[in-house]
Ligand binder design. Structure first.
Ligand code: HSE
Length: 406
């Protein structure tokens, strides 16, 4: 029998305990070992919980117990979670986590410690919730040079955008629903402003391209600037607005990575990834294109990925699984503003100004046509240009929205 401990009894941690209990038999079969939750660490009390007898408040109880071979970190953030992960690895325990903030900011260091101690640090649930994506990249697709990876990486914002499209519901009301359903982060700013997706695309870029990408140094734009007018204009053009994380290789050993709302064609598979679902597209030079789809957030889907990592850690108590990336050099990540793309623009400027800046464009809305659009508003798609070139062209114009087109 192998003993494990769970750190943090919030949405994900309690989901892990429940799935471990509910599927104990099949988990034991798949791991070829019985796995027992020996401790659950939390500072709160949970009277009446079926796991009340496992609760501890002091991490050193877990750290000093040689019977605990695997620690599940579902505290979140990069404070206590970092300290306890490091101490658990140094104590020779494997650690499994769903914590994208910690993996994206300290992953390199923690993986190095895991390597030194010959234990595993596994984080399948950190990207895409229940969708298998870390293991496919690090195992199934390793014959490829991966050129590009992009996708819908945040369930909360996809849920909000989907309901804006289908119900025309107000933003605040939809966000409350997402929180109630357990999709949103403790502080939903991380979802809404794109930081959560940034952490995830950085983890994917670390793994796909082999060098660390700092989520605090990439361009990040969330969905708070997306209006119902934008949603409607995009629809008329044959597009849907989705928040995408994107990373791809550039010539000269560089890459770019960023998060921003995009107009994506309604004919693409990704445009039909709705609600809390996530979709991730990987392009490999041998494989071509491949898409991963599934529940990107929520208690049980996330617990599904965490528990699978626990089983993997138990099956690899003696053999370390290779997982890691190198530090990157300055200039490795090219700013998203320097990469060319087509743009959607919604402007309160008149036809003359638009013509002067962009020449002939196909307008996709007309003054006063959309209720609430104001006396004069136009929207159109541009040719390919960098964000900087776009800003220069738009100098002096009244720009209401500008989003990339995939
Ligand atoms: N808040 C995250 C999301 C949870 O909405 O995608 C899963 O990482």
């Amino acid at each position: 029998m192998v003993n494990i401990a769970i750190l943090g009894f919030g949405t994900v941690g309690s989901g892990v305990a429940e799935v471990m209990r509910e599927n104990a038999q099949s988990i034991a079969h798949n791991a070829a070992e019985e796995i027992r939750v020996k401790y659950i660490l939390d500072i709160r009390d949970f009277p009446g919980s079926p796991f009340a007898d496992k609760m501890v408040r002091d991490f050193s109880v877990i750290e000093s117990d040689p019977d605990v071979r695997v620690v599940v970190e579902t505290i979140g953030g990069a404070g206590k979670a970092y300290e306890f992960t490091k101490r658990a690895l140094l104590a020779g325990k494997s650690v499994v986590t769903s914590n994208k903030e910690l993996v994206s900011t300290r992953g390199h260091e923690l993986l190095e410690i895991a390597k030194q101690r010959n234990v595993n640090y596994l984080f399948e649930a950190s990207v895409g919730g229940g969708i298998p994506i870390i293991r496919p990249i690090t195992q199934c697709l390793t014959a490829n040079e991966i050129d590009e990876i992009y996708g819908i990486l945040n369930g909360t914002t996809n849920y909000i955008l989907t309901r804006m499209i289908t119900d025309g519901a107000p933003f605040g009301e939809i966000l409350k629903d997402a929180q109630r359903l357990g999709y949103a982060e403790a502080d939903p700013t991380a979802d809404v402003e794109g930081y959560d997706a940034a952490r995830k695309i950085c983890i994917l870029a670390d793994l796909c391209f082999g060098k660390s990408v700092d989520p605090e140094r990439i361009f990040v734009e969330g969905i708070s600037g997306v209006t119902l007018e934008d949603v409607e204009y995009a629809r008329r053009l044959g597009y849907k607005i989705k928040l995408l994380g994107r990373a791809w290789r550039l010539p000269g050993g560089h890459i770019t990575a960023y998060v921003a709302p995009h107009l994506i064609s309604k004919t693409s598979l990704l445009s039909n990834v709705d609600g809390v679902m996530n979709g991730i597209v990987v392009h490999g030079n041998a494989l071509g294109e491949c898409m991963f789809y599934g529940a990107g957030a929520g208690k049980r889907p996330t617990a599904s990925a965490v528990v699978a990592d626990v089983i993997d850690a138990v099956k690899h108590l003696k053999a370390r699984k290779y997982l890691g990336w190198d530090e990157s050099e300055p200039g490795y990540v090219v700013d998203a503003g320097d990469v060319a793309t087509r743009w959607y623009l919604r402007t309160g400027s008149g036809l003359e100004e638009i013509g002067r800046a962009f020449g002939r464009v196909r307008l996709i809305s007309y003054p006063g046509e959309y209720p609430g659009a104001g006396p004069e508003e136009y929207a159109f798609a541009t040719d390919e240009m960098t964000g900087r070139e776009l800003s220069e062209k738009c100098a002096g114009m009244e720009v209401r929205s500008r989003f990339r087109i995939l």
